[in-house]
Design a protein around this ligand. Structure first.
Ligand code: AMP
Ligand code: GLY
Length: 312
């Protein structure tokens, strides 16, 4: 069987924040200064001496809820207690990372890699809060666009040379050769890009706005990654912009009703694609069946044009 993606040992770059931080520190990959703890009392003592804002992260996967950006030390201590004492995320909270708060512009960078060649994808920004203007509770992602408005050839080069390539080389040296798509969640600070986290996959909803810009056949890239010949492939990207807006059920991320008929899917403009997430087909009709129902994606010559098409 041929599989495109990282091995379980390599995906630890996403599934353990302690592992990822140790890797970045050992190989000088720029990231927030941090300390890891497996002892609740020691973590508490350390936090009491810090200045807010400060970030507390559960080591393991916590459905996107394991990172608390605390504006005060009491809030950070409460988060620590939830994670390590109350075990709100189970064993994912056996260890925590406490790290400095970074300021800047957030973006998601991606690269295809066969553990040797590293080929950047176009990057994207995603929006996690449920309401317009980045307001309200966090969700799995309400929309995304590519490329980020602040992206430049110089920034792309720095991200590739200082983050993505060193990370792939580091994983190789650690005996955890990384293949597939590497996702760097980055903060672009005044001192350059720094890693917030790595993920071992395409982003959601970032994939919906990056893959439409890929001109090369994705299957050719995947096969080249599997066969360790990615370096021989010429990967081409469109210069267009792409915007994706998630349509969600009223009430999401809280409780919501489903089963509503979706119409209009057959009268979309050219350049508009709909990706289904929480939908189902029943007696020839498409019905809503989840919180995030679908993503409407449009491409255009620039972000303004793509945005206009997507909202239309
Ligand atoms: P993560 O899962 O590590 O990407 O964290 C989730 C979110 O928390 C990120 O998308 C950021 O918005 C925020 N975040 C994480 N780490 C930091 C940090 N060191 N400084 C500021 N914000 C952060
Ligand atoms: N868009 C964030 C993620 O896929 O984790």
């Amino acid at each position: 069987m041929q599989i495109f993606g990282a091995t379980k040992r390599a995906t630890e770059i996403e599934s353990s924040k302690v592992f990822a931080k140790e890797l970045m520190q050992k190989y000088n990959i720029p990231c927030a200064k941090s300390t890891s703890f497996s002892d609740y009392k020691k973590a508490k003592e350390y936090l009491q001496k810090q200045k807010p804002p400060i970030v507390v992260k559960a080591d393991g996967l916590a459905a996107g809820k394991g990172v608390i950006v605390a504006d005060s030390i009491p809030q950070a201590l409460d988060a620590l207690s939830q994670i390590m004492e109350a075990k709100a995320f189970g064993a994912a909270g056996d260890r925590v990372v406490v790290e400095e708060h970074l300021q800047g512009k957030e973006m998601s960078a991606f690269a295809f890699t066969d553990a040797h060649a590293v080929i950047p994808m176009v990057s994207a920004c995603d929006y996690k809060p449920v309401f317009d203007g980045n307001q309200g509770p966090n969700t799995g992602g309400m929309g995304s666009y590519s490329p980020p408005h602040f992206m430049s050839p110089a920034l792309a080069k720095t991200v590739k040379e200082k983050i993505m390539e060193p990370a792939v080389r580091a994983m190789h040296e650690e005996g955890r050769a990384y293949k597939g798509v590497l996702y760097g969640g980055l903060m672009i600070t005044n001192n350059g890009p720094k890693v917030l986290e790595f993920n071992a996959r395409f982003g959601d909803p970032e994939a919906q706005v990056t893959l439409p810009l890929l001109k090369t056949d994705l299957v050719d890239i995947m096969l080249a990654v599997i066969d360790n010949r990615l370096g021989q492939i010429n990967v081409e990207w469109s210069k267009d912009a792409c915007v994706g807006v998630v349509m969600a059920s009223a009430g999401y991320p809280g409780s919501y009703k489903t089963g509503f008929v979706i119409s209009g899917l057959d009268s979309l403009d050219k350049d508009v694609v709909v990706f289904h997430a929480g939908t189902k087909l029943e007696s020839g009709q498409v019905l809503t069946s989840g919180g995030r129902v679908l993503t409407v994606v449009a491409t255009g010559k620039n972000l303004a044009e793509a945005r206009e098409k997507v909202y239309k």
